[in-house]
Design a protein around this ligand. Structure first.
Ligand SMILES: [Zn+2]
Ligand SMILES: [Zn+2]
Length: 317
């Protein structure tokens, strides 16, 4: 469906486990064919490449110095310029698929005072690379130091590491919901999260274009492994996942075209509705806290009316 202002996908269903009645077998299929394939598996493969080929050995981090953080920062910058910049170039500069599957007809803002450097893309790149890449490097280096000095519990079997890697998606479902809800509370919203919400119309660089205070919270996922057994790879995976996965989800395009009539899952309709309407869809579809706490918007007209009723009711109080 192509609406006047852009592409409007079909309304979303909850994952089968959370529908009523619950369908656990269908959930397994959904998790593998819809959630893992292709994007989430790509993040695991990318993290394995980054960890095994482009990250210094753990020994280096036993005595942590600024240069160790610097190396990870440089690695993060190169990774993001290639993966996020590549999507930006393909979709927003080369405009390879025009506005097909694009949520908004309009393109990213130039000459707008609300953005740093008066330019949405430069603003988004700056916050992503300087603050996002820097804080991610610092957190990863801290985790590496703790593993190098054997100060935190560590998994030793490949199977346990693989299972925990899959569990990270669920842990992040809770972690993201909690920190994102907190960021919408005044005055924290104004101090920090408003910077991400400058972007109602989003692009790949918008994904982790956040205030440093938000990065400190959002990127803190690996610290759950201070208490739960994890591994150095899982620490890298958490941060690669947090840095890179928001780029297709904020790309502005619901699907990415390859060739004339093939396309695959790109953007995140669920989170796109959060950028449009703010007070809905704080979490992720995988673990639908929004459904359980009454802030779910599935993209349908009925959900829209419900949201407007809720807002009217809150305004009356
Ligand atoms: Zn966002
Ligand atoms: Zn938000």
């Amino acid at each position: 469906m192509q609406r006047a202002k852009g592409y409007d996908p079909e309304p979303m269903d909850l994952p089968p486990l959370f529908q009523s009645p619950s369908r656990p077998v269908a959930m397994l299929r959904w998790f593998v064919t819809r959630f893992l394939w292709p994007q989430s598996l790509t993040w695991i493969a990318l993290a394995a490449l980054v960890y095994h080929v482009f990250t210094p050995g753990l020994g280096r981090f036993a005595s942590l110095g600024a240069d160790d953080v610097g190396i990870l920062w440089l690695r993060n910058t190169i990774l993001m310029v290639i993966v996020i910049g590549g999507q930006h170039w393909w979709l927003h500069i080369r405009k390879a698929q025009g506005t097909q599957f694009k949520y908004e007809e309009r393109w990213l803002a130039k000459n707008r005072k609300s953005f740093t450097f008066d330019n949405q893309t430069r603003d988004n790149m700056f916050w992503t690379l300087v603050s996002g890449g820097g804080i991610a490097a610092l957190y990863e280096a801290i985790m590496f130091r703790l593993y190098a000095t054997e100060s935190i519990p560590q998994l030793d079997s490949v199977w346990a590491i693989a299972a925990m890697t899959l569990a990270v998606f669920w842990i992040e479902g809770l972690h993201f919901y909690l920190n994102h809800r907190l960021l919408h509370v005044d005055p924290i919203y104004g101090w920090a999260h408003a910077l991400h919400h400058r972007n109602a119309n989003t692009g790949p660089w918008t994904g982790i274009s956040m205030h440093p205070l938000e990065h400190l919270l959002y990127l803190s996922l690996p610290f759950v492994f201070l208490v739960i057994p994890g591994s150095p790879f899982i620490a890298t995976f958490c941060l690669v996942y947090l840095m890179i996965s928001p780029s297709p989800s904020h790309s502005g395009f619901d699907r990415f075209k390859i060739g004339q009539d093939r396309d695959f899952h790109g953007g995140d309709h669920f989170h796109n509705l959060h950028h449009r309407y703010f007070e809905v869809n704080y979490g992720m579809l995988l673990l639908p806290f929004d459904k359980w706490f009454g802030t779910f918007h599935d993209g349908s007209q009925e959900a829209h009316e419900e949201m407007k009723d809720r807002k009217r009711h809150e305004a009356d109080l």
